[in-house]
Design a protein around this ligand. Sequence first.
Ligand code: GLN
Length: 469
Amino acid sequence: MTAGLETLAAALANKETTARELTEQALAGIAATNGTLNAFLAVDAEGARRAAAESDRRRAAGKTRSRYDGIPYAVKDNFSTAGIRTTCASDMLRDYVPPFDAAAVERLHAAGFVLVGKTNMDEFAMGSVTAAPAFGAAHNPQDPARTCGGSSGGSAAAVAAGIVPFALGSDTGGSVRQPAAFCGVVGTKPTYGRVSRWGMVEFAPSLDTFGLVTGNTEDAAILTGLLAGEDARDMTCRRLSAEDYTRALGSGVRGLRVGVIGDPGNTPAVAAMLRRASEVLAAGGAEVAAVSFPYHDTAAITYRVLAYAEGASTLSRYDGVRFGLPADGQTPEEQVTNARAKGFGYEVKRRVLFGALMASGENRERYLAAAQAVRDGIRAAFDRLFERFDLLLRATAPFGAFRLDTPLTTEQGCDMDYSTVCESLAGLPAMSVPFSRDENGMPLGLQIAAPQLCEGRMFAAGAYLEANR
Ligand code: GLN
């Protein structure tokens, strides 16, 4: 299903298709591809068929919940879904079935969308490859020998393979933008706090942001508008009502001041993409200038110290007693130790240990407080740039999707993350739009970032670049 939301809505309204037909197509798409792509961890065929039948009945009775009533979608497996297993790709939650829907799922349900399944991810959203040991790697639909990126890799693969028109993801340090770039689709992280993340399983709460993978920018604007808005259940959610971001879509880039950040790790193909994007923007009437943002060395490590310390704290709730896999032991302590040893995979354990170390004793001042100070510096650097520029452009990742049989070294992981973590540390809205291809023919994404709450101009530039790539 590569058609966008408005095309699907029109086809439903004109009776050229039905919710049932779209849902069957999505279910068939999962069945046909999951053996190779492993993009889905759970499929709710029965629930989806029931929801589609209800949608068709509503439409026949002239009582649709929205124009999009009956359109199928998928959700990353770290969003709570009532009655559907939610594992975070971890053995720790292998059998967890939440009793409630996450806020975003609730809102989509209220608009009549049909949930078909839960997508693969890195364990507890910790990683950039979607290869949790408990559930196995997801593969890139553009070349299954390569990674689809992560941690929302299953969502990106599902949209890129045309199974669903959109999928929900989460973005703590780049987890929707990077896989979207690797798979050739659009990844959007709205301003921190713009969309409720109630019911989205926590990794690092000062950074965790709701995210979207869509086939195009227009759908990202429609869905961000539909899902944004206050929610008392998420204390970080802004007290601002929803906005119609689609109004900005046709406005082009004339007069917009765009700063272009050329990261030193960018491969030649990525550097060439940035040059071409600058030309395209200038041709559309934007004022384009190169800017330096010298945080490559510090941003990724700052992110790691903060995110891992927060992760060590949020994951401490999984003790096998109240939450998580129960385990045996002679003493309560032994039980908890065994539950964590059994339930968590290597990467999660590594991060919890590192994070706990950073947050303990003297390290609190030495590392955690230092990282917080660098974070403030990065925020201030963005503030200064946004006095001169309306938008910032950079590559979403310094290279295209790599092969799954050449695992990422820590250094490469850091290289990749510095392109996305700065925007996360500053809570900015940022999106990745597919714009070019690398030497292997794999997609490359352009990242557009805006000041907080200025999603409209970000979508305007995204739509313009998409139409002129
Ligand atoms: N790749 C980053 C990490 O490994 C970002 C993950 C995320 O955004 N959830 O932490």
